[in-house]
Design a protein around this ligand. Structure first.
Ligand SMILES: NC(=O)c1ccc[n+]([C@@H]2O[C@H](COP(=O)([O-])OP(=O)(O)OC[C@H]3O[C@@H](n4cnc5c(N)ncnc54)[C@H](O)[C@@H]3O)[C@@H](O)[C@H]2O)c1
Length: 289
């Protein structure tokens, strides 16, 4: 269903790799809501993924850019403004990658060159994109910038590795730049902290299926899907959220406020009693409770 929420708005979307990507869903929904968009990704991802199909569907162009390269970003912003014939209104940063995770390096055995890459790709690229856009005065007053984050920025989740540090930095950049861009141009900057989601980047996370199952049981509303995320992000690009800025907004079915749910406790309890039955009773001198 379309509400024409983004009628007349223009935006730049980073990070659509394939149909599963959160950025892909945001692009589709933004166009349904009346926006014009430009898409971007790295040259390799454009070749390996299916972003060309999305561009056709959304009647737009794809501009290759490595989001860690300032010259690439300068070219991207110039070409985006050329395409739109002027400034635009919103920008989505939907980028994440950790070479340490990819190469199986654990958090207590990080490769520091990889860590620098994790931070550059997953967090500092957000700063670079905003800085380049601001220097080129590319975004209209009352515009909106969103990046995607994860609760590992606040809480330790087994296996999320150095991406947790990248997300903490990403959220901090939203606050620090949110102050500057808000003060000057009323442009708001927020991060959306999304439930675990089955995507290419998501599948890199250790035990994603178990994590998704746990989060599903813990969240009163269940996990938020990529489509749900797109809908939420659109509200942040719309004029209905003009005074929301410098926030990390949880979009997770309630997970972030939970300690323990009945559904999770039942599963955990079953696991405990199975283990209890499996072993000799005197190994548990404190009893079954
Ligand atoms: N999937 C999840 O469980 C989940 C949960 C919370 C937040 N997020 C975040 O959502 C965002 C999008 O991820 P996704 O799950 O849709 O996966 P995805 O793999 O579809 O998207 C990640 C994108 O990052 C792009 N990218 C990597 N390096 C880049 C670079 N140097 N320059 C430009 N682009 C680059 C990739 O090409 C890809 O399109 C990420 O920030 C991710 O951390 C994902």
């Amino acid at each position: 269903m379309s509400y024409n929420l983004l009628k007349g708005k223009k935006g730049l979307i980073f990070g659509a790799l394939n149909e599963q990507s959160i950025a892909w869903k945001v692009a589709e929904r933004a166009v349904e809501e009346g926006a014009e968009i430009v898409l971007t990704n790295t040259a390799v991802s454009i070749r390996m993924g299916t972003i060309g199909e999305l561009a056709k569907k959304c009647n737009t162009i794809v501009v290759p850019a490595d989001a860690t390269s300032v010259p690439d970003l300068e070219n991207l912003i110039d070409r985006t403004m050329e395409h739109f014939g002027g400034k635009f209104d919103f920008m989505l940063h939907s980028i994440g990658m950790s070479p340490n995770v990819r190469k199986g390096r654990t958090y207590d055995d990080l490769d520091y060159d990889y860590l620098a890459k994790t931070l550059d790709i997953s967090a500092i690229s957000f700063h670079k994109a905003i800085q380049v856009a601001r220097k080129k005065d590319a975004i209209n007053d009352w515009g909106s910038i969103v990046a995607l984050s994860y609760i590992a920025a606040q809480r330790t989740l087994y296996g999320y590795n150095d991406m947790a540090d990248a997300k903490a930095l990403l959220e901090s950049i939203a606050r620090s730049f949110g102050y500057i861009y808000g003060r000057e141009k009323k442009i708001r900057i927020n991060t959306v902290s999304q439930s675990p989601t089955q995507t290419t980047a998501g599948s890199g996370v250790l035990g994603l299926n178990d994590l998704m199952d746990f989060a599903e049981r813990m969240s009163p509303l269940g996990n938020a899907t990529a489509e749900d995320c797109a809908n939420y992000v659109l509200t942040l690009f719309s004029d209905l959220t003009r005074k929301v800025t410098m926030q990390n907004l949880f979009h997770d079915g309630g997970f972030s406020s939970m300690g323990m749910s009945r559904r999770a406790m039942k599963t955990y309890g079953k696991g405990l009693s199975m283990r209890f039955d499996d072993v000799h009773e005197n190994q548990y001198p404190f009893g079954k409770e």
